[in-house]
Design a binder for this molecule. Sequence first.
Ligand SMILES: Cc1cc2nc3c(=O)[nH]c(=O)nc-3n(C[C@H](O)[C@H](O)[C@H](O)COP(=O)(O)OP(=O)(O)OC[C@H]3O[C@@H](n4cnc5c(N)ncnc54)[C@H](O)[C@@H]3O)c2cc1C
Length: 504
Amino acid sequence: MSEHNYDLAIVGGGINGCGIARDAAGRGLKVLLLEQDDLASATSSWSSKLIHGGLRYLEQNEFRLVRESLQEREVLLKLAPHIIQPLEFILPHDSSMRPAWMVRLGLFMYDHIGGKISLPGSRGVSFPDQQYSAGLKSSIRQGFFYSDARVDDARLTVLNAVSAREHGAEIRTRTRVTGGKRVGDVWQIGMSNIDTGETSEARARGVVNAAGPWVKQLLDDAVHVPMTATVKLVKGSHIVVPRVHDQQHAYILQNDDKRVVFIIPLEEKLSLIGTTDVHVKSVAEGHQISKAEITYLIHAANQFLAKPLHEADVVWSYAGVRPLYDDGAANPSEITRDYVLKTDHQGGKLPLLSIFGGKITTYRRLAEHALEELSPYFPALSKAWTGDEPLPGGEFDTLPEAIDALAITHPSLPIDYLSRLVRRHGTRAEKLLKGTRAMSDLGELFGAGASLLSEREIDFCIREEWARKPDDILWRRTKCGLHMDEAERSRAATFIEARYLALV
Ligand SMILES: Cc1cc2nc3c(=O)[nH]c(=O)nc-3n(C[C@H](O)[C@H](O)[C@H](O)COP(=O)(O)OP(=O)(O)OC[C@H]3O[C@@H](n4cnc5c(N)ncnc54)[C@H](O)[C@@H]3O)c2cc1C
């Protein structure tokens, strides 16, 4: 048993926990973040990977959320240009869908509600169009163009943790919080290492419950603090298929049940199709896509695609659980996507702040609101700062400039490999490649082309980014696993396991 003293203990290493850790550490708090598995191992890597206002939330009168999200889209595009990029959307349209005037009105609001935007505004498009109707049925004669952005969700989470550490936070992964109670002037937090079973304790003046889908479980079973607020667990699933068209834009499809389904370019040669909305009773129930969901997504896409998709085209799928704030809506698609913060305290001391709901897009503002909520308990907190400091690796203006800069210092490495490294690590790729000249300096290599993964990068992920298991690297810190065949994945996995043991 060991004891340490912190200002703030944060439970949960998803985007919200890591975002709050970064913000709080930068404002001078001594922060400990505890994650039971890997960073971003839950909802924060199961998303549609969009930094977006959420066009359809306008229909649900979620104006606050849409405004904040669109403002954040502008901020995040600047803070993390390596992992967040603009994405063009096309909304195909015909007379059976929401009327065109309604779509135009929605898009007008979408262009203006967040204030000044740097991305191209919306407009109508007539089909056929060489670019924007690629892959669509020829019967679809018109559509609308608008802008949003995409993100590498898992890397966004990890980079927030890296920044939090740079500002003094301590991050412990594979550490489950098993209990917590107020004792005298401190919170005593009990935890156990999920690999070794070793238990320990930490003391903190405040606790943040950023356990995502487990938020209520942590309150009920670990810290035993009753709270009336509750979460609705809504499963959302995605399928991945070979690219349905060779252009760079995404489609937002109006399905016949009035929901929308996205088709988003993923990596170089794949399309991501999602999502579903299915109530589940437990997180465990939400881990796998069902056959009915695959059928639903394929049906939705095939209403629009010239070349129909079949189940056999699905190369990967994933499912995740949205931890939505329970606002009483019966239809899963209509439950608010906005976040709600609830604070419990004892005599004006020892706060426990719990987070319900939220989106990846709004994590930074959520963190700022969390810190505002905590400020009475930590009067020395300095002011908000995270909107101005790029995330690690994001200190550049445009991707081509960053790739060119890396190519100048590493002229013998293939440009497409350097480009992929920049898209994962930004300017930190210099550190990753330090001292290397040729591919032979990168150690053992796994996969090829889009899946090329080097010993150098594996070591970097283990040393600098808390990677511990093969999945942490193959599916989260990189997406190389997606492009490897079974034999390549297995060889890389064996290597990563051994490498971890050798390095730590
Ligand atoms: C299908 C789907 C699509 C989505 N698409 C988008 C999108 O395109 N854009 C967008 O902005 N948002 C999207 N979202 C929403 C977004 O993904 C979530 O709001 C966000 O990831 C929630 O982050 P979190 O940190 O609250 O939760 P999580 O990422 O789930 O993190 C919580 C963490 O707490 C840990 N934990 C739990 N209990 C304990 C414990 N006792 N001890 C230690 N650790 C613990 C868990 O292991 C987990 O890692 C989507 C969500 C889903 C499900």
